[in-house]
Design a protein around this ligand. Structure first.
Ligand code: HEC
Ligand code: HEC
Length: 227
């Protein structure tokens, strides 16, 4: 009886809020913008250990190449190249997919990802999400993070960004982790979104960033990176 009451209560929650995110972790199937083939691979990798090991083995040669820009194990030390270590798997899957079909544009990443099979994309997303995100104090250059600016971005972040990227900036399967990312990289992406640039035509982010000033963008970037 108690179980029945719990089930009823939790499905009511889903109905009331309109989605299952209210229950905490979104389901693995909740990655909006990828092909169904990729979604299947992603779900299988999450369930089947043997299959996961096989796919990780398949991408192990490719990862060496990624390290040359994104840093060893994805902890990039260059301010303009995003850190991938510990980034959310669903987000990585979606972005690699977008590069592979030119829905996100970058002169290096598009030609690279266009040559990928679905198993490469799913395997690379799995691999980098499993790498340890080294604490920022160990990789950020001394003057890369401005703590005064970071402080001034806190309130705005919690008001406008936390609902999707999380209070602690860690995101979830669906939304990017921003915590510990390079501030300059975050800033550059916010500027692209605000300008409605073709490089990243994301509707939620274009709307969110539309009225942000340069100073607010700088403050938000420093705050998110400092988390
Ligand atoms: C020659 C340098 C270079 C190499 C090699 C490279 N990348 Fe990138 N990558 C970049 C840059 C620069 C960006 C930022 C693109 C932008 O500004 O939109 C990026 C962005 C990304 C992103 C988006 C991250 C985010 O936070 O949205 C992913 C995912 C990614 N790369 C994965 C890979 C993988 C996997 C490999 C190896 C197969 C790889 N990259 C190899 C330079 C590189
Ligand atoms: C309604 C949900 C939502 C809100 C609110 C939101 N974001 Fe996002 N954000 C997204 C989505 C979706 C993406 C992925 C866009 C894409 O695929 O290009 C994203 C991507 C980003 C990225 C790129 C991350 C990377 O690794 O390249 C940054 C930076 C970012 N958001 C910052 C912010 C900031 C700062 C705010 C608050 C001012 C904010 N977001 C509010 C949904 C949201």
């Amino acid at each position: 009886m108690r179980i029945l009451a719990y089930l009823l209560a939790s499905s009511l929650l889903v109905v009331l809020t309109g989605n299952s995110f209210a229950q905490g972790k979104p389901p693995r199937s909740a990655i909006p913008e990828v092909s169904s083939e990729l979604l299947q691979l992603y779900n299988r990798i999450g369930k089947d250990r043997k299959y996961e090991a096989k796919i990780l083995d398949q991408v192990s040669l490719r990862t060496e190449f990624c390290f040359s820009c994104h840093g060893k194990t994805g902890n990039s030390e260059r301010f303009y190249i995003p850190r991938l270590a510990g980034q959310n798997e669903g987000y990585l899957l979606e972005q690699l997919y977008k590069f592979s079909v030119s829905k996100r544009y970058h002169y290096v990443m598009v030609p690279l990802a266009s040559s990928f099979e679905g198993t490469d994309i799913a395997g690379l997303a799995r691999f980098f999400s499993k790498q340890k995100n080294i604490p920022r104090a160990q990789y950020l250059k001394k003057d890369e993070l401005n703590l005064t600016l970071a402080k001034s971005g806190k309130e705005l972040f919690q008001e406008k960004c936390a609902q999707c990227h999380g209070k602690g900036g860690k995101g979830n399967q669906r939304y990017a982790r921003l915590a510990g990312q390079h501030p300059s990289y975050i800033e550059s992406q916010l500027l692209v979104f605000r300008s409605r640039g073709k490089a990243r035509p994301s509707t939620p982010m274009q709307n969110v960033s539309r009225n942000l000033t340069d100073h607010q963008i700088l403050a938000l970037a420093n705050y998110a990176a400092s988390l």
